[in-house]
Design a protein around this ligand. Structure first.
Ligand SMILES: Cc1ncc(COP(=O)(O)O)c(C=O)c1O
Length: 383
């Protein structure tokens, strides 16, 4: 079976993992610090913490902005469940909004329509690695004094006008899950761009304690007695959100080759784009980025004219051992989502089962690319 995704792993990854085991330092070590510094410098962020998942980073974000009962939070219904959970876990209300037809990114117009006096934050997703209308949304959020959080799970190193995605809003969150462009096994990170939010971040990340102040040298685990305080203590809300050393070692190794991985993904994505452009079909179109942005090339997705065409296409590919799948099911239509939403979101409801995701990863072989290409071609030229 040709899978939807495959992590780009090699023996260098193993070398760094072995280093951790020989060091016997399994938390808060060299690799955590190193990956945080690399990401911070790379995307030009004010604060980076590597977490055990993007889900964890989302939870940190909801604590940081003090979400509480009575607050409303805007998010796309066509999106991942972790954003909705993070909001509901704080007692706030998710307000699901529409997407755009061309790139499946959150609709700026619907954000404006659904903003009320209770709106505390907007959570957006840069779907498939392609930038949302980030400048417009960011300007709007500032004018209304609403927090903006960018879920950049798909879009590490994606850009809008030369600025990295995840650094426009107050907070950006990223995923390095097994399915993402680079992986830490299960890992993620939080980027804080609003200086006022930075102070509490380490408390929240360290189970609500001021523990970080007491660890002077991460590598040697030297405990300093800052300000004559002999113990760290409980000072805020929090949980265990940091990533373990083994994940960070893998992530570090992946960061060393991230440019190569991204270039290969871009090359493979472009092969399929050129094919679809050449076929000039009316059966489907490709989800792609706007002119002013640089995609992270995370997802290869087609949107078909009808659900039947999408299902027929998926069936043919699957019968030939090529993974071709649906993507998000609208959150507002789910069992949990219905508790918060009693209105229609028409485009989302219409489009989600016309989306087909195809395999995309860095080390796709020529044979794999040719096989998928010929299946696409024969389906799209058929009457
Ligand atoms: C948009 C989005 N946000 C968040 C997540 C959660 O990421 P993680 O698995 O790292 O918690 C995902 C997972 O795929 C996602 O697609």
């Amino acid at each position: 079976m040709i899978p939807i995704t495959k992590p780009a792993l090699d023996k260098n990854d193993l070398k760094h993992i072995k280093n951790v085991l020989s060091s016997k330092i399994l938390t808060d070590g060299f690799y955590l610090k190193k990956t945080e510094n690399i990401i911070k410098n790379y995307i030009k962020s004010k604060f980076i913490a590597v977490t055990h998942s993007c889900t964890a980073a989302l939870e940190v974000s909801t604590i940081l902005i003090n979400l509480k009962h009575g607050d409303e939070v805007i998010l796309p219904s066509y999106g991942f469940v972790s954003i909705a959970n993070a909001i509901v876990l704080r007692g706030a209300k998710p307000v699901f909004v529409e997407i755009n037809i061309n790139d499946l990114n959150i609709s700026y117009e619907d954000i404006k329509k659904k903003t009320t006096k209770k709106t505390k934050a907007i959570y957006l997703i840069h779907y498939a690695g392609n930038a949302c209308e980030i400048e417009k949304i960011s300007r709007y959020a500032k004018s209304k004094k609403i927090f903006l959080i960018e879920d950049t799970a798909h879009a590490f190193l994606g850009k809008y006008k030369n600025k990295f995605l995840g650094t426009f809003g107050d907070i950006g969150v990223f995923s390095f899950h097994e399915t993402k462009n680079i992986v830490g096994g299960q890992a993620g990170c939080i980027s804080i761009n609003n200086s006022k939010l930075i102070k509490r971040a380490n408390f929240i990340l360290d189970k609500g304690t001021n523990r970080k102040d007491f660890i002077k040298d991460y590598k040697k685990k030297i405990i300093s007695y800052k300000n004559n305080k002999k113990f760290y203590s409980w000072v805020d809300l929090g949980s265990e959100y940091r990533a373990p050393e083994l994940s960070c070692a893998l992530l570090y190794s992946q960061l060393l080759k991230v440019k190569k991985i991204q270039n290969l993904r871009k090359r493979n994505w472009n092969i399929f784009k050129r094919l679809i452009d050449k076929l000039n079909t009316r059966k489907c179109y490709l989800v792609k980025s706007s002119q002013k942005s640089t995609s992270a090339f995370h997802i290869l997705a087609l949107i078909f004219r009808s659900t039947k065409l999408a299902n027929d296409f998926k069936k043919i590919l699957q019968s030939q051992e090529v993974a071709a799948t649906f993507h998000y099911v609208p959150l507002h239509k789910s069992k949990m989502g219905k508790k918060f939403c009693n209105y229609r979101i028409p485009l989302t409801e219409d489009i989600y089962n016309k989306v087909v995701r195809l395999p995309l990863y860095s080390d796709m072989s020529k044979g794999e690319i040719n096989k998928i290409s010929s299946l696409i071609k024969s389906f799209l030229i058929q009457k």
